[in-house]
Design a binder for this molecule. Structure first.
Ligand SMILES: O=P(O)(O)OC[C@H]1O[C@@H](O)[C@H](O)[C@@H](O)[C@@H]1O
Length: 238
């Protein structure tokens, strides 16, 4: 591939720019391990559960889809639910508490290869956007020192506020391209989650790059990635 065929790059954040997919994974594990252990006839929570049912989706969709995969139904609940109660929303609130605790305790830095690529593309005049399902994307992005290089951020807050359909629908990426004012066929989507790659493939984007941080190259290609890398440093100088 060569960047010169495109004008804008739409990056997912967690697992693409920052190693925070792993932080989300840990926070989800802190919620679902004890929750499932406390129920009769449930297999233990695994990494496979995360990659198959949660990765890349909006928080509430992750809770719903994990529960559905186990044949479990909880009341929906409401946003101010006590994290200790047992509703879909409160499990999400519990996960958010765990996530916020980890990012308060640990300094989040970008992947070195991602920082190098983002700086190179910004210096070359490409228009850059972040498209993330996370409602914590702003705070994570601020910690990277790269926030000023992204003209547009479509995150979980924007998606919820503007009632945009979440990944795997392509709508959040389309919204970012529209805000940049760049036609979709000259935009590149960069994603590490299968639902994110599906979202990219479902839009009319010029190229969808999968980043394999544990999902597996086969799964990303099957979801519609045009090419798969293991680190964005592989794309520096392309
Ligand atoms: O709970 P948040 O911060 O809104 O994040 C929602 C989701 O955001 C995505 O970016 C992550 O891939 C998921 O792991 C995460 O669950």
């Amino acid at each position: 591939m060569t960047w010169s065929n495109y004008r804008a790059i739409l990056f997912d954040l967690d697992g693409v720019i920052t190693p925070t997919a792993e932080v989300h994974m840990r926070a989800w594990r802190q919620v679902f391990e004890p929750f499932l252990t406390g129920l009769p006839d449930q297999e233990p929570y695994t990494e496979h559960d995360y990659f198959t049912h949660i990765d890349g989706k909006a928080r509430i969709d992750g809770v719903r889809d994990l529960l559905a995969s186990r044949g479990l139904v909880l009341p929906e609940g409401s946003p101010d639910d006590d994290p200790a109660s047992e509703t879909v929303v409160s499990l999400g609130n519990r996960k958010n508490q765990a996530f916020r605790q980890i990012i308060t305790d640990e300094r989040i830095r970008p992947y070195p290869g991602s920082e190098e690529l983002v700086r190179e593309l910004a210096a070359a005049g490409f228009r850059l956007a972040i498209v993330s399902s996370s409602r914590n994307a702003r705070v994570v992005l601020e910690s990277t020192g790269l926030a000023d290089l992204f003209e547009v951020v479509v995150d979980g807050e924007v998606v919820a506020h503007d009632d945009i359909e979440g990944k795997p629908a392509p709508d959040a990426f389309k919204h970012a391209a529209a805000l940049l004012g760049v036609p979709e066929n000259v935009c590149v989507v960069v994603e590490d989650a299968t639902v994110g790659v599906e979202a990219g493939a479902a839009g009319g984007f010029g190229l969808v790059i999968g980043v394999d941080r544990g999902t597996g190259a086969d799964a990303l290609l099957a979801a519609g990635a045009d090419l798969v890398v293991t680190d964005l440093s592989e794309l520096v100088g392309a």
